[in-house]
Design a protein around this ligand. Structure first.
Ligand code: FES
Ligand code: FES
Length: 192
């Protein structure tokens, strides 16, 4: 899915900044220059071009260069899941990737691309019906993670959903409603 290998990135865990999971990537020399690099991303079916540093995080590209503010920034260390988007249909934490690691051929979907306000996605409807949000900060990431579960074959049971949701944190601790909403949402997506 991700073009990590093709960019020859050297990935390592930097335990001096984060004891558990901070991803650092070295950028190939031809992508770096004083003025940055030309980026091209395909998000929600639209092509975005912009010039920015080769070390730009995908979350910052989405929010600041593509003006899609629905994807939230939480921990910035790949732990909370607030920044979850779909890349080629798979859930990915956008704070843990460089924009340069995603090719234009790999479609990104953010919460804005999931549905329209006039016709919500079944998972969004289930979050609403099960009152699965309080402050709502984690909600876009939770919903994108939940939608990916359908393709992953996650069973529509509370235990399976809790296990699959391990990388997404809700600081309001509204997990009961979130899990119920996802169980219901998975059932509805599979009926379609
Ligand atoms: S902001 Fe990306 S995982 Fe927390
Ligand atoms: S609803 Fe507040 S962080 Fe989840």
């Amino acid at each position: 899915m991700l073009a990590i290998a093709s960019y020859c990135c050297a990935l390592r865990l930097d335990s001096t900044k984060n004891p558990s999971f901070l991803l650092v990537a070295s950028i190939p020399q031809h992508y770096t220059s004083a003025s940055g690099m030309q980026h091209e991303l395909t998000i929600n079916g639209e092509t975005f071009h912009f010039e920015a540093s080769a070390t730009l995080l995908l979350i910052d590209a989405i929010r600041n260069h593509c003006a899609l503010k629905g994807t939230n920034q939480g921990c910035d260390t790949a732990q909370c899941g607030a920044c979850t988007v779909l890349i080629d249909g798979k859930a990915a934490k956008s704070c843990n990737l460089l924009a340069a690691q995603v090719s234009p051929a790999e479609p990104i979907m953010t919460i804005e691309g999931l549905a329209s306000p006039a016709s919500l996605h079944p998972m969004q409807i289930c979050f609403s019906q099960h009152h699965a949000l309080q402050c709502g900060y984690c909600t876009p990431g939770m919903i994108m993670r939940a939608v990916a579960m359908a393709d992953e074959g996650v069973a529509a049971t509370p235990d399976a959903v809790r296990h699959a949701l391990a990388g997404n944190l809700c600081r309001c601790t509204g997990y009961e409603g979130i899990v119920n909403a996802i169980v219901d949402g998975l059932q509805q997506m599979r009926r379609r």
